[in-house]
Design a protein around this ligand. Structure first.
Ligand code: S3P
Length: 438
């Protein structure tokens, strides 16, 4: 988060990655559990809550708005819901930190609620596009001001009653879909979202679990206003996006044999698994089961020689957060990997296409950036100095690249790893990765 002490890492060549690991709870599910729990009636008990800066920002904002949230122990929250209309206005700006999910989903929820408030974020979030949620919410009747270029801070003017909308977002984004659906809870009539390509459906699944009538299928969702949510038990699965770094690391470090426990396997999240398998990775699913309404499985990954592929464009939304890790797999693979249709990567926590291309080139990889993707020719990596741009997923991916580099890799600006994966450094070391602060 902005204002935190700067952290640099040095990654070195590792021995094999072995053993069994549990990665932290899913970020998307944790955000939504707090949001819906806050506006439900009764208590919501969340287990497996991600203790990351992003999800804590969402909880802190809800507490500011009058929601009592208890932390009986780490990774657990008891949220005493105030009901659909029970949030209290706050005069001070509400700080979303680094979290795009918090800002976009809360904008929808607060616009629907009619809350008068201002949402702010750190330097990275303050550069990210918000018109994508402002425009459909304005079409529903909300009054929202942003900076001239459509970036935060966002000033929401309360008091308006929204009207349902039929909306087709121009980009495939679960955050846009969710912002519109959450506003739709408060709107007159029905609100319907049809997506260009299906995205993660946690908002829809969780609304249903909280008892709100909703119709949904891949790429489509429909809610009507005027219902109520009732507090529930939420079991958060381990975050596939956090498991991704270990899937790649164990695939590329010779001799590795690592098992990741109870990983969330929602098909809208596991595109990287399909891509890695197409590259020759050896990843076996075991003990597949349902947990808290989500599919989970243990993933056993063993080292295997990878080869380049053309990543199918249809996979892009299902692995949107995993491209930094995929780039590392591609750099360590034999032959060429081609990524297309991934221009959204330019507006994530950093420009992930530019950032990864620059960093991998600094380590000797042949990476050619294109407007919507890259061409990566695998080969040996050497040591060097790289910049994560303050992006958590770049920092962790570059730590993985360091495991196969011939010399030490110095990674700058890694503190934001705490937004999504607190404890990554220690967990990585416990699995056999060579990673140290400094
Ligand atoms: C998220 C949706 C995705 C993803 C982000 C989390 C969510 O963003 O990149 O990390 O929880 O809905 P977009 O909707 O912008 O693709």
């Amino acid at each position: 988060m902005s204002g935190e002490a700067r952290l640099d890492w040095t990654a070195g060549a590792a021995g094999p990655l072995t053993g069994r690991l549990a990665v932290p709870g899913d970020k998307s599910v944790s955000h939504r559990a707090v949001m819906l729990g806050a506006i439900a009636e009764g208590t919501t008990h969340v287990r497996g809550f991600l203790e990351g800066e992003d999800t804590r920002a969402t909880a802190r904002i809800m507490a500011r708005l009058g929601v009592r949230i208890e932390t009986p122990r780490e990774g657990e929250r008891l949220i005493h819901g105030v009901g659909l209309h029970g949030l209290r206005a706050a005069a001070e700006p509400l700080d979303c930190g680094n979290a795009g999910t918090a800002m976009r989903l809360l904008t929808g929820l607060f616009a629907g609620h009619g809350l008068d408030c201002t949402l702010v974020g750190d330097a990275s979030l303050s550069r990210r596009p918000m018109r994508r949620v402002i425009e459909p919410l304005q079409a529903m009747g909300a009054r929202i001001d942003a900076s001239a270029d459509g970036t935060p801070p966002l000033r929401l003017h309360g008091g308006a009653t929204l009207t349902g909308i039929r909306y087709m977002p121009p980009v495939a984004s679960a955050q846009i879909k969710s912002a519109v659906l959450l506003a739709g809870l408060y709107a007159d009539g029905t609100t319907e979202v049809t997506e260009p390509v299906p995205t993660r459906d946690y908002t829809e699944r969780m609304l249903q679990a909280f008892g709100w009538p909703i119709e949904f299928a891949p790429g489509h969702a429909r809610v009507a206003g005027g219902q109520r949510l009732r507090g529930i038990e939420v079991e958060v699965p381990a975050d596939f996006s956090s498991a991704a770094f270990f899937l790649v690391a164990a695939s590329i470090v010779p001799g590795s044999d690592l098992t990741l426990q109870a990983v969330g396997m929602n098909p809208r999240r596991t595109g990287l698994l399909a891509a890695l398998r197409a590259m020759g990775a050896d990843i076996v699913e075991a003990n597949a089961r349902a947990s808290g309404g989500e599919p989970v499985a243990d993933l056993r990954v063993r080292h295997a020689p990878l080869h380049g592929i053309e990543v199918p464009e249809a996979l892009v939304p299902d692995m949107i957060d995993e491209f930094p890790a995929l780039f590392v797999a591609a750099a360590a693979a034999r032959g060429r990997t081609v990524v297309r249709g991934a221009e959204e990567l330019r507006v994530k926590e950093s420009d992930r296409l530019g950032g990864m291309a620059r960093a991998l080139r600094a380590l000797g990889a042949a990476v050619e950036e294109t407007p919507d993707g890259a061409r990566i020719d695998g080969g040996p990596l050497h040591g060097g100095e790289v910049d994560s741009l303050g992006d958590h997923r770049l920092a962790m991916s570059l730590a993985v690249a360091g495991q196969v580099a011939s010399g030490p890799v110095a990674i700058r600006d890694c503190a934001n790893v705490a937004t999504s994966f607190p404890g990554f450094e220690a967990l990585a070391r416990s699995a056999g990765m060579a990673l140290a602060a400094g």
